[in-house]
Design a protein around this ligand. Sequence first.
Ligand SMILES: [Cu+2]
Length: 333
Amino acid sequence: MKLKRIFLFILAGISVFISHGLSFAGEVEDHAPIGVMGDHQHKKGEWMASYRYMRMDMPEHYTGTKKQSISDVHNDFVVSPVDMTMEMHMLGLMYGVSDELTLMVMVPYLIKDMEHRRRTDSKQFSTHSQGLGDVKLSGMYSLKEMTELPLHLNMGISAPTGSINRTDRTLLGPDRNLPYPMQLGSGTVDFHPGVTYLDKSENWSWGAQANSIVRFGRNEQKYKLGNAYDASSWLAYKFNELVSSSIRVKGSIWGNVDGADPRLNVNLVPTADPNLQGGERVDMFLGVNLLSHKGALKDHRLALEVGYPVYQNLTGPQLGVGLQGTVGWQKAW
Ligand SMILES: [Cu+2]
């Protein structure tokens, strides 16, 4: 855990060091920290491609705000998760339809690993799933004319392209359906309304974004993941034309599963219980944004953001988040 954190901070340091050696120009502060999506718009006819790698470690259980040991979880369940890692590769494409409307498509690829321990003999076993997640199409519509503020609406819709039928060997045998956190999609068409504020002065930039995921109906397994809401605000300082660094705070709330996947055994493991999935969390992030304006990397953006929770209140026992980080590349033309 600690080593990973140190590694990420060293990586950030190296990025800053390397970038200082090059000669850049431009407006590095025009983009929010890389962990924020749909933060900016493009001018008419402009394109942007992006790639992000995100990783989140979930090393400990919480019930409410209280940490739980694995033996606490074993008091009520035959199997306890030990930890979980979520990785995501995400490709994005943006296009400025007009100066007011930017379209964006995001294609996630997820990799999930969960380690478990059995109550009976303390033996550990792990499950794995990977594949395409839910593809999201969104429109960002400027409210600048209407409100005279640097504000835009985020209107997204995601398609159930991520599987809810992933299986792996579990305690019950081979090819058993994996619980909710290990599936790759919601199985429902989801709406992602939000609003973003992004402003700057000479050396500072700041912004705020509120997002939500609102789901309707039930998926083919007759359940619906909980709705989710989050709000971020950030402040970034531009050291020079090529480097800015940021601090961000994010609050998130998400609900329990509505209905239940009939293929899961609720009494076996807490991740299979639809009523142990909700929670709320506050994360703090530090980030670095780089923008090149010269040489082979002209107009390429590189960015890193690392986060750690300062508050978690989970309907548990449920695995809570530890270290999380995003590295990203962006290029507009
Ligand atoms: Cu863009």
